[in-house]
Design a binder for this molecule. Structure first.
Ligand code: AMP
Length: 324
């Protein structure tokens, strides 16, 4: 059976970018019986930028709850916390022996993070894509449901797989990204992508209807009429398509070019549509928050299942690399 791996860092509540770009793809593949799905909380990736210990301790559990609330099912997927499977780190180290520093320094994600945290250009940050390759290849996963921003990292994983297979005779697949319609969710500011690190750019999965309305209301717009759809108006149209369908978007765009549109109505309807999708997730989340024992069990059993597979791969790689 083909395997799938994905993960989200433990940086707080999930936002619509994580949900549409990653979680929706994770759900789709979970429901496809051709695939065996492994979904982790990428807590080891979280410590590549400055963080607070107690906040991380809380968030690595919160993401598990978000996963379960969104519909990930421990009966169908292996749901786990990355740090509970230390074999990822070992395989990452072995992979680092065939990865050059120059290659890692040139990745756009590395440069971006160094710009954000110039005092924190650490080895862990440089090693991020190598550990991510280990996350994927330790399960021999061929498919990775993640957003568009992760494409350069998937390319690194493919290169590492090829190199390992050539040099040591392993049988790693060359993983591909599984893209969803929301593979690039724009920022509510009208510039760049939705991101936890940009205040005012995101809607959280836990936001109330009032919060969603107030955030959507802030998407910058114009007079409502014109020939070219750009900036915040384009962002608004993309959200309309993602939550209300292509036809609705086309119809608003047609109106924009002819009679003009009323943003207050579009934003009101869009906010309702977003909340309609999030409300059941929020209800399940409230139940899960009360069920500590269940969440603990999911975490414990997920780690056991993941480790079983991870151990096998590391054993094989150790043997092939002359370490046994
Ligand atoms: P991160 O929070 O960086 O660990 O990202 C977790 C997942 O969410 C990754 O698969 C990202 O590609 C995805 N993601 C984050 N932001 C966005 C966005 N604005 N649009 C689409 N996917 C996103």
């Amino acid at each position: 059976m083909k395997r799938v791996l994905s993960g989200i860092r433990a940086t707080g509540r999930l936002h619509l970018g994580n949900y549409l770009g990653a979680v929706k793809g994770m759900l789709e593949l979970q429901e496809n019986s051709d695939y065996e799905t492994f979904y982790m909380v990428a807590d080891l990736h979280t410590i590549t930028v400055p963080y607070e210990v107690e906040v991380l301790r809380k968030n690595r559990r919160e993401v598990i709850i978000d996963y379960l609330a969104a519909g990930l099912d421990p009966e169908k997927s292996v749901i786990f916390q990355q740090a509970n499977v230390p074999e990822h780190v070992e395989l990452g180290y072995l992979f680092s022996s065939i990865t050059t520093i120059a290659k890692m320094q040139h990745l756009p994600t590395f440069k971006e993070k160094v710009k954000q945290h110039p005092e924190h250009a650490t080895m862990a940050l440089l090693n991020y894509p190598v550990l991510m390759a280990a996350d994927i290849l330790i399960y021999k996963a061929g498919l990775v449901p993640v957003g568009l921003d992760q494409e350069p990292h998937i390319e690194v994983a493919r290169e590492i797989a090829r190199r390992m297979n050539q040099d040591y005779g392993t049988d790693f697949p060359e993983p591909k990204r599984f893209a969803t319609p929301g593979q690039y969710v724009p920022s509510l500011t009208g510039e760049g992508k939705m991101s936890k690190s940009v205040e005012g750019s995101y809607v959280n999965l836990t936001d109330s209807l009032e919060e969603i309305k107030s955030k959507i209301a802030k998407i910058p717009t114009d007079s409502g009429k014109g020939s070219e759809i750009v900036g915040g108006v384009k962002t608004l149209m993309e959200f309309v398509e993602l939550f209300e369908g292509k036809e609705k978007r086309s119809s608003f765009e047609e109106q924009y070019r002819t009679s003009g549109v009323r943003y207050s109505e579009i934003k009101e309807q869009l906010s309702e549509a977003i909340f309609k999708e999030l409300e059941p997730i929020q209800k399940r989340r409230a139940e899960l928050e009360k069920d500590t024992e269940y969440v603990d069990r999911v975490i414990r059993e997920g780690a056991e299942k993941a480790r079983k597979v991870a151990r096998e791969t590391v054993k094989e790689v150790r043997e092939k690399m002359g370490l046994v």
